[in-house]
Ligand binder design. Structure first.
Ligand code: HPA
Length: 278
């Protein structure tokens, strides 16, 4: 593919981290990357400091559907957070180096925890639209990764991925969900490039490979986060049954609607977690 590492090189990441540090003069405890209709949480941040991506050299300003990407730093549930509103996707044509850059910049400024959410299609037959799944593991089927290229300062060349999704964080999530009376599924997330949805044959293949859900994001950020030693927790909102399992054709509309429907429950979970994560 040849695009890895072509954008946001080492010095740009370092400069961007310095820029954020200057603007905040405090270090966020948690970074939250919000997908699937949770973006509005960025507007709930108290004492917000907004840093549009177009102020950061090397980052494109627009993410999905042309929305302005930005960081919003401030307090959420009393916790110092850095929210990434708007995300770069591989299917938009962004190189991995760009998709993972916002997380790398956060790691560069000393953020040690990463919370991610995404929308995904349900492969596991026990899932239905609205199911929230905590990621236990992933399959990187994007056929590339954000670490290809020179090793970056503070990153490992060959990061261990045997517990990419922090076991202690997952246990906290289980407990928090129980307290909220919220059913929390768990499983393996398969990341594909997209943007076409999968064929039924591809879904049968993913099921055979051990995937419970499929989506087009998250894994690049998780790999970069683990290389930088961040602790990671991630959730999928199952917005639809995957192709061939769903009785109807898949549509982005369906994904958005399921996101809206589940937003309240998802928000409660994320807010509770912000309070409870060690
Ligand atoms: N496949 C891939 N990505 C998705 C899906 C899906 O079915 N639903 C939401 N994101």
């Amino acid at each position: 593919m040849g695009d890895e590492g072509s954008v946001m090189d080492e010095s740009e990441i370092t400069r961007a981290a310095g820029l954020l540090r200057e603007r905040l003069d405090w270090t966020p405890e948690i970074m939250a990357v919000l997908g699937s209709g949770l973006g509005f949480l960025a507007d709930a941040v108290d004492e917000p400091v907004s840093i549009p991506f177009d102020e950061i050299p090397g980052l494109p300003s627009a993410g999905v559907a042309g929305h302005q990407g930005r960081y919003v730093a401030g307090l959420l549930e009393g916790r110092r957070v850095l929210v990434q509103a708007g995300r770069f996707h591989v299917y938009e044509g962004h190189p991995m180096g760009v998709v993972a850059a916002p997380v790398r910049i956060a790691a560069g400024m000393g953020v040690e925890r990463l919370l991610l959410t995404n929308a995904a299609g349900g492969i596991n037959r026990r899932f239905s639209p609205g199911t929230i799944m905590v990621l236990e593991d992933h399959l990187n089927l994007m056929w590339r990764g954000p670490l290809v290229g020179p090793v970056r300062e503070g990153e490992e060349r060959f990061p261990d991925m045997s517990a990419a999704y922090d076991p202690e964080f997952r246990e906290v999530a289980r407990r928090v969900a129980l307290g909220l009376d919220l059913e929390l599924a768990r499983g393996v997330y398969a990341a594909v490039t997209g943007p076409s949805y999968e064929t039924p044959a591809e879904i049968r293949m993913l099921a055979a490979l051990g995937a419970d859900a499929v989506g087009m994001s998250t894994v690049p950020e998780v790999i970069a986060a683990r290389a930088a030693g961040m602790r990671v927790l991630a959730f999928s909102l199952i917005t639809n049954l995957a192709a061939g399992i769903s009785p109807t054709p898949l549509s982005h509309q369906e994904v958005l609607e399921a996101g809206r429907e589940a937003a309240g429950r998802f928000e409660a979970l994320v807010r509770a977690l912000l309070t409870e994560l060690p």
